[in-house]
Design a protein around this ligand. Structure first.
Ligand code: PEP
Ligand code: MG
Length: 572
């Protein structure tokens, strides 16, 4: 029967595909008993489910080939080991046969027991193995209910899940997932950013999706509007085809702007830099005539794996990015793991009560000196191949900048002493995303070569609204007078001191905000290539002088409604 679900669009694109459900990892199963006389058959049911999963894992292992084979194979081996763990099996046996719990509830109890053991370990790597326990137990639970839980065979399917981690997105796409719908999540999360980079349609915050969608249902997913139609009718299918046609037409129209300058009606040139997460992004940025890379998030190199990338591996990646932009500047940000970018290498602490306020960004780099030095060595070596600019995330105060500068100088001297070729001039910039840094900017602006406004975090920290919190909805917005003023003041301060200021948060990627940012004096945008042509088109329709003339009324707006009114009047 046709149903529709409204979530939030997080990565654009409309697809029609078959639903594939992934049950939540944490089993929320209430205490259930079975009749003592039925305990034995309940135990057999559980045994059969475990045997099914054992066979599944074996079969899956045998079928692996290609680039991801080794990585996935390691996981499958680990999962097989967990499945045969005597503690797990004896515990399940006792819970069902002796204490007469249902197989489902026994699984939950054993999951929680094992997870507690891992979570209490000192080693962050072992702590992060809870994910694997959840996957193994989830498989057994799925087998108990004859739900398909295979890792393969996603081709043409829409994954419906509670959440999706940034680390698994590329793998899911490689396996053939064409869109994702999650019940939680937010359009500002790193998963969403990465989905946009992968051009993988994503709808988040679709609350009831796991209750309303079944494996095999046909789904139309609109990653722009956030609408999900379950078992579409004829009208829906027609509308979908029409949207696809419009989309193709729009793409053709935009592609004519590939070689056009980003120049306003009154002749002001604006620079569009690219946010890049992968080599493909870099190639796309180059083809779209980006002024350079404005933000290369190195943390994505550290996710999706169990061990840290060494100096040579990082060097090759950074060098590829630099050479990929053939002479245009490339801004590479040092590691910014933490919060929702948790990884399997154990870098991000799992048990921080407030990860967004914890050991992330430059804080982590300054504590993990060896890790930072390795990254700096790789970056400095790559600087011999083009124009690298070093960008430091989560700066709060001048002291951090001075420590980073000292470390860069130390590593550069070390490399020179080894006879390595490095650039004599690698500009060092900071992200302004912590309000304290914005307010204290006059004290350290002479110590930086450029500034990048990270509006994603800036909004989160200025408004005290978690960027990943699906329940806060409209509270997370850049359309707040405080945000507008901080952006305006930062740009002004940069201009006064001859320090370039870019915006690299998602705000720069939305064409609707372009007039507002131009009015605030922005000339450097950094955004994902996926929306670069739309932003270029919008800027080309703007009259820069007219927007500047109305900037003061924008800054005077007292609330969101006032800012929105200004935007409507400015809209072209
Ligand atoms: C930001 O905070 O705006 C930003 C660009 O960095 P990230 O989204 O990676 O935190
Ligand atoms: Mg940030």
């Amino acid at each position: 029967m046709r149903q529709s679900l409204q979530g939030q669009g997080a990565s654009r694109g409309t697809v029609l595909g078959r639903a594939r459900i992934r049950l939540p990892h944490a089993l929320q199963i209430a205490e259930q008993h079975v009749d003592p006389a039925a305990a034995e058959s309940e135990h057999q049911r559980l045994d059969a489910a475990i045997a099914t999963v054992r066979d599944e894992l074996h079969a899956l292992r045998a079928r692996l080939h290609g680039a991801l084979a080794q990585e996935i194979g390691e996981f499958l081996d680990l999962h097989s080991l967990l499945l045969d763990d005597p503690e797990l099996l004896q515990g399940l046996d006792e819970l069902v046969r002796v204490r007469h719990f249902s197989a489902d509830y026994a699984l939950r109890v054993q999951r929680d027991r094992l997870a507690a053991v891992f979570e209490a370990m000192d080693d962050p790597y072992f702590r992060s193995r809870v994910e694997d326990i959840d996957q193994v137990i989830g498989r057994v639970h799925a087998a108990l209910h004859r739900r398909d839980c295979e890792l393969r065979g996603f081709a043409g399917e829409v994954l419906v899940a509670e959440t999706v981690a940034p680390a698994e997105l590329a793998q899911l796409q490689a396996q053939g997932v064409i869109a994702i719908v999650t019940t939680g999540g937010s359009p500002l999360s790193h998963s969403a950013i990465l989905a946009r980079s992968l051009h993988l349609p994503l709808v988040v915050d679709a609350g009831a999706a796991l209750d309303q969608v079944n494996d095999g249902d046909a789904l139309i997913v609109d990653g722009g509007t956030g609408l999900v139609v379950v078992e579409p009718n004829g009208d829906d299918l027609r509308a979908h085809r029409e949207r696809e046609r419009l989309h193709a037409r729009e793409k053709r129209a935009l592609s004519r702007l590939r070689r056009e300058p980003t120049r306003t009606l009154d002749g002001v040139d604006i620079r569009l830099f690219a946010n890049a997460e992968s080599r493909e992004d870099v190639a796309e940025a180059h083809a779209l005539g980006a002024a350079g890379v404005g933000l290369y998030r190195t943390e994505f190199l550290f996710l999706q794996r169990n061990e840290l990338p060494d100096e040579d591996e990082q060097f090759r990646v950074y060098r590829d990015v630099v050479m990929g932009m053939s002479g245009r500047p490339v801004t590479i940000r040092t590691l910014d793991v933490g919060a929702d970018k948790t990884d399997r290498t154990g870098l991000a602490l799992r048990d921080e009560p407030n990860p967004a306020l914890g050991l992330r960004g430059v804080r982590l780099s300054l504590v993990r000196k060896g890790l930072f030095a390795t990254q700096l060595r790789a970056l400095l070596r790559a600087s011999a191949y083009g124009r690298i600019r070093l960008l430091v995330p989560m700066i709060t105060c001048r002291e951090e900048i001075m420590q980073v500068r000292a470390e860069v100088a130390r590593v550069a001297a070390e490399l020179r002493a080894e006879g390595r070729e490095i650039s004599d001039d690698m500009p060092l910039g900071v992200m302004i995303e912590v309000p304290a840094a914005a307010l204290a900017l006059s004290g350290f602006i002479r110590d930086v070569d450029f500034i990048s406004l990270g509006t994603n975090d800036l909004v989160q920290y200025l408004l005290a609204v978690d960027r990943n919190h699906e329940g806060l909805g409209r509270l997370y917005t850049p359309l707040h007078p405080a945000v507008i003023r901080v952006i305006r003041d930062t740009i002004r301060m940069g201009r006064r001191h001859g320090v370039p200021v870019a915006v690299c948060g998602e705000m720069a990627a939305a064409a609707e905000y372009a007039p507002l940012l131009l009015a605030l004096g922005l000339t450097d945008f950094s955004l994902h290539p996926g929306t670069m042509l739309e932003v270029r088109r919008c800027i080309r329709r703007c009259d820069h002088a007219a927007l500047q003339a109305h900037a003061s009324s924008l800054v005077r707006a007292r609330d969101r409604a006032g800012i929105e009114r200004w935007m409507r009047q400015a809209s072209i």
